[in-house]
Design a protein around this ligand. Structure first.
Ligand code: AHM
Ligand code: MG
Length: 336
């Protein structure tokens, strides 16, 4: 088995790619927080952490106890180290200010502390998604950090990753030079490099979409999925398999492992919203990982990483995964 731990991998990144020490520290701290979240998730009913809080987040979604706990774990782990100028999360309406008693740093951390949390109570994989940006000059001085500091295109991310809490806990990470997967050794507490060069196959015969929304989709999505369903007898000439875990982390992890296309299109249920998933802490980090692994990610018409965000909790349609299929559905949108 590999003996390369996350710490050693990050030191090698510094040697080979000049990864700054404070970014290395940031990633180590996030990984430590994810290890703690993994522990809380694994306790389930024993830890008294299942069920709802009885509160709603900024998106009007019911907060689970573990949503709030995971958010607190990430905030507490990251606020004191001097590597961050601020944080933002799915669970908080405003940007989180680093308390005055702690030093501020050069980076911004944006996260979805527990993605797919509707799956918690049924013991299905969930995860943490995170994105690291540089804090723009002029925003990291004294006084409150404004939302504008975060509104950077996905191409500006210096690191993106997720932890998946499944049969194994894994951390999948990119610093812009490929995608690495680390498995948590629960006894030693180490993240061990187990997936050295994660690549998404260019072609696939598997798709992921919530089919129950079919009647609400736009025409290009209806056309594409009907072609997938037509299988060997249809225009694509092959049979496709379908999977939908309703946990983006788990669906993306499967696609990174064996290929596929993941779709959460905009639809007519809430026509004013351009999709369900959030750009800054779901779509952007996952798109960076998928692109770094050789896949593609668009909102149907545009590369996701090129979208200029206009708000922290902005939503976006997502088509990501194996290149050939993402290009096909994007072409269908552009023909419409
Ligand atoms: P969440 O951040 O509130 O957990 O919502 C995001 C999740 C994704 O993980 C998943 O792909 C999607 O919502 C599932 O949505 P649906 O229940 O509509 O199929
Ligand atoms: Mg989420």
């Amino acid at each position: 088995m590999s003996s390369i731990t996350l710490s050693r991998y990050l030191i090698e990144q510094t040697r080979n790619f000049n990864t700054p020490a404070d970014l290395r520290f940031l990633i180590e701290v996030v990984a430590r927080a994810c290890r703690q979240i993994s522990h809380e998730v694994s306790l389930g009913a024993l830890g008294g952490v299942l069920g709802s809080m009885g509160t709603e987040n900024v998106q009007g979604e019911v907060q689970k106890k573990l949503d709030v706990l995971s958010n607190d774990i990430l905030l507490e782990a990251n606020e004191w180290g001097g590597h961050l100028a601020g944080m933002a999360s799915e669970e908080m309406e405003q940007a989180y200010q680093i308390p005055g008693k702690y030093p501020k740093g050069a980076y911004l951390l944006v996260f979805d502390p527990l993605d797919g949390s509707s799956n918690i109570d049924v013991n299905v994989s969930v995860g943490t998604i995170f994105s690291v940006l540089r804090c723009p000059n002029g925003h990291n001085g004294k006084g409150d950090l404004s939302e504008e500091a975060f509104l950077q295109k996905g191409t500006e991310q210096v690191c993106a990753g997720y932890a998946i809490y499944g049969p194994q806990t894994m951390l999948v990470l990119t610093l812009g030079n490929g995608v690495k997967g680390f498995t948590l050794d629960p006894h030693m507490g180490n993240w061990v490099l187990t997936h050295d060069n994660i690549r998404v196959p260019e072609q696939t015969a598997e798709f992921a979409i919530n089919m129950s929304n079919q009647r609400h989709w736009e025409a290009p999505v209806k056309r594409y999925v009907s072609e997938l369903l037509a299988g060997k007898e249809g225009p694509l000439g092959k049979n496709y398999n379908m999977r939908w875990i309703a946990s983006m982390v788990a669906d993306v992890h499967r696609i990174l492992t064996r290929g596929g296309i993941f779709m959460y299109p905009r639809d007519a249920r809430e026509p004013e919203k351009p999709g369900k998933l959030r750009l800054m802490y779901e779509a952007n980090p996952m798109s960076m990982i998928i692109e770094q692994a050789g896949g593609a990610a668009t909102n149907g018409t545009q590369r996701i990483l090129d979208i200029q965000p206009d708000s922290l909790h902005q939503r976006v349609a997502v088509f990501l995964g194996s290149k050939e299929e993402v290009e096909r559905i994007t072409a269908y949108h552009n023909q419409a």
